[in-house]
Design a protein around this ligand. Sequence first.
Ligand code: NAP
Length: 308
Amino acid sequence: MAEIRLAIVGLGKIAHDQHLPAVAATPGISVAAVASRNATLDGVPCFLTIEALLASGVEVDAVALCTPPMGRHRLAAAALRAGKHVLLEKPPGASVAEIAPLEALARDRGLTLFATWHSRFAPAVEPARALLAEAEIRSVRVNWKEDVRHWHPGQEWIWQPGGLGVFDPGINALSIVTRILPRPLFVTEAVLEFPGNRATPIAASLRLGDAAGLEVAVEFDWRQTGPQSWDIHVDTADGALVLSGGGRHLSRDGAILHDAPEREYTEIYHRFVALIGAGASEVDLAPLVHVADAFMLGERRVVAEFHW
Ligand code: NAP
């Protein structure tokens, strides 16, 4: 297969931190263009908008959308209509229902649509899934608590409608939980804490269940200073499994089972190249559905204003 010429759209934090190095480390794909209003990349043609890129005649085969979720549907639809494969950063959209038309467009045109969940590519996630497929699971606790000022400095879009607030990192935890647990989950309760001056929550507590009566307790908080927590505790009949570090480390009763370096985005680009080669798409909306349900079902509390 010829090398895939990729355009990056939205050259911000995640594009610089992860996409550019991961593409450079993946055989079969390279960056051929950029579309971003305020950023350029040396050595490739750069455009202000995706429309200008697609009209330019610069040859690209695929597009990675690294913009915030609001507006991503329009960008993805434009790319698919122009015959480009599309990789969506997480979350795949600003609403649940906007994804199905993209899947249909990709299917009709024989293109790949890849809705990525980077945390699912953390090294201990698949080993945890394999262990839990055989386990008697008693309860699950998720603690995803981080410092928004450190991880999202100055990003105003996270506080705007569609920006998801604390669910922007929280959806990563849900992407892991929905991958490692053996049965589909559903939200049963939610409490969302909104800063008085913001449109999205800074903290959330959720309860989820499944058809077998499992309870999953989830705590998301963006006000955590000091040590950060990205941990999933699973009590099983064979001991306490802890998936920590955002899916990087797995232990049972304190003994380390898996501990490998992180290469989430390199894995993502290997998968993208393989999906394009196979003429396949990969879209799982479960994490986004749970976030939407939390917004629908959740009790809203107003808490202290947030200022950078
Ligand atoms: P970011 O630093 O704000 O970058 C996004 C870029 O998109 C901006 O630099 C901007 O570039 C462009 N853009 C287009 N429309 C925009 C709008 N309405 N508001 C703001 N920027 C807009 O955000 P990011 O952290 O890279 O996150 C982008 C996506 O990646 C999000 O969906 C996020 O959940 C996901 N993600 C982020 C991280 C992380 O650690 N930051 C990790 C994993 C996934 P121009 O102004 O040049 O157009």
